[in-house]
Design a protein around this ligand. Structure first.
Ligand code: PLP
Length: 395
């Protein structure tokens, strides 16, 4: 157990795997060449860059490593995808959902200035995207549709799109002559990714969400999906002219090692079941002690590591702070929104009231979470919640 406490906030970021640290340090020590250089140092750097690309293609389940573009993380991958799909295109519409990450929703607001509008399709009480409604909108919009962008899984609740639904949506989108981008940031290490079979055009990931370093990620670009690929970052011809700038080789070496480990974990059913059983234990114990506790999204498909729990009568902010002081690291929604007190747009879109949203905490586990950690965290959570309830009722 880490002396700083029990870390159950893995959808925000993950501890870096020791094997990843080794790969980063090795690249820093030995792989300093510029992959664009013509000498031996450059050639070695080029070779490690291409080996890394192949590992990341393997994680995605891509057909070819030429379909992988390295970026600075999830946010840049997403904006690169939006830019490539939308820039220079006639006015039109983007379809998305109400529960997407701010890294998608905020740039879409800006695209309105270019007369590219967007519609946010609603989700149900369990965070399920209304796939039928989306398919109808795809058909209605026809040639006015430019892009469909959806998250594979939601970071706050773990609510998940099924592979079969992604396939239906990507097929319909292609038939309408538009592109399909998948925000896959929460998927590596949690589910096997067979991106080629899903038929999506673009997909984004970020290394720090799967035990890799921060500030590095990748964008999958299906071969032949885009006639032209206007780059968001222009300058040198790196990444096949799709992302200029000398690549972050140490970060990419870490991303590649993390990708190999994430892929192995996601393909290992027993290892995944261990994480799910720990999550289920947490939920079962909380539900047995607090009958009014509700697990958000539990009637729909969801990630096996994530638990978003609303505890009526408990001030989530106070709970979070008290747990933090007792060494249990959880989150009250998206990490980025936990600094400001605005209620989570994800929970509101699922029909929770502002009060219910403020009474919600998110536990997110990783392959490194242990049973003693969960049992210890549970003992603390149960005690703290009881104390807060007693404080409120004055008992
Ligand atoms: N998309 C989702 C679903 C996320 O959870 C996150 C990060 O929380 C992002 C995008 C942005 O990724 P990054 O912060 O690595 O740029």
């Amino acid at each position: 157990m880490d002396e700083r406490g029990i870390y159950l906030d893995n959808n925000a970021t993950t501890p870096v795997d020791p094997a990843v640290i080794e790969a980063v340090v090795d690249a820093l020590e030995h792989g300093f060449g510029n992959p664009s250089s013509q000498h031996r140092f450059g050639e070695e750097a080029r070779r490690s860059l291409e080996a890394a690309r192949s590992s990341v293609a393997g994680l995605f389940g891509a057909r070819s490593s030429s379909e992988i573009v390295f970026t600075s993380g999830g946010t840049e991958s997403i904006q690169t995808a939006l830019f490539a799909a939308l820039s220079g295109r006639p006015p039109g519409v983007v379809l998305t959902s109400a529960t997407e990450h701010a890294a998608v929703l905020r740039p879409l607001e800006r695209w309105r200035e270019q007369r590219i509008d967007h519609e946010r399709v609603p989700v149900d009480r369990d965070g399920r995207i209304d796939v039928e409604r989306l398919l109808e909108r795809v058909a209605d919009l026809g040639p006015r549709l430019r892009l469909v962008t959806l998250h594979w899984a939601n970071n706050e609740t773990g609510a998940l799109l099924l592979d079969s639904d992604i396939e239906r949506l990507s097929r319909a989108t292609r038939a309408a002559g538009a592109l399909f981008h998948l925000d896959a940031v929460q998927i590596p290490g949690k589910l096997p990714m067979r991106i080629d079979g899903l038929g999506v055009d673009l997909a984004s990931i970020s290394a720090h969400k799967f035990h890799g370093p921060k500030g590095v990620g990748a964008l999958y670009v299906r071969a032949g999906a885009l006639e032209r690929f206007p780059a968001l970052l222009t300058g040198g011809p790196q990444e096949g002219d799709r992302r200029a700038g000398t690549p972050n080789l140490p970060g990419i070496a870490g991303l590649a090692r993390a990708a190999e480990l994430a892929r192995a974990h996601a393909e290992d059913r027993a290892a995944r079941a261990r994480v799910r059983d720990l999550r289920d234990l947490l939920e079962a114990e909380l539900a047995s002690r607090f009958s009014e506790a509700r697990v958000n999204g539990n009637a729909g498909p969801r990630l096996e590591n994530t638990s978003s729990i609303t505890l009526p009568g408990v001030d989530g902010e106070l709970l979070l702070m008290t747990l933090a002081s007792e060494g249990v690291a959880v989150s009250g929604g998206a990490a980025c929104s936990s600094q400001k007190r605005a209620p989570s747009h994800v929970l509101l879109a699922m029909g929770l009231s502002e009060e219910e949203a403020s009474q919600t905490v998110r536990f997110s586990l990783s392959r490194r979470t242990t049973e003693p950690e969960i049992r210890r965290a549970l003992a603390i959570v149960l005690r703290v919640v009881e104390d807060l309830q007693a404080l409120r009722t004055g008992r």
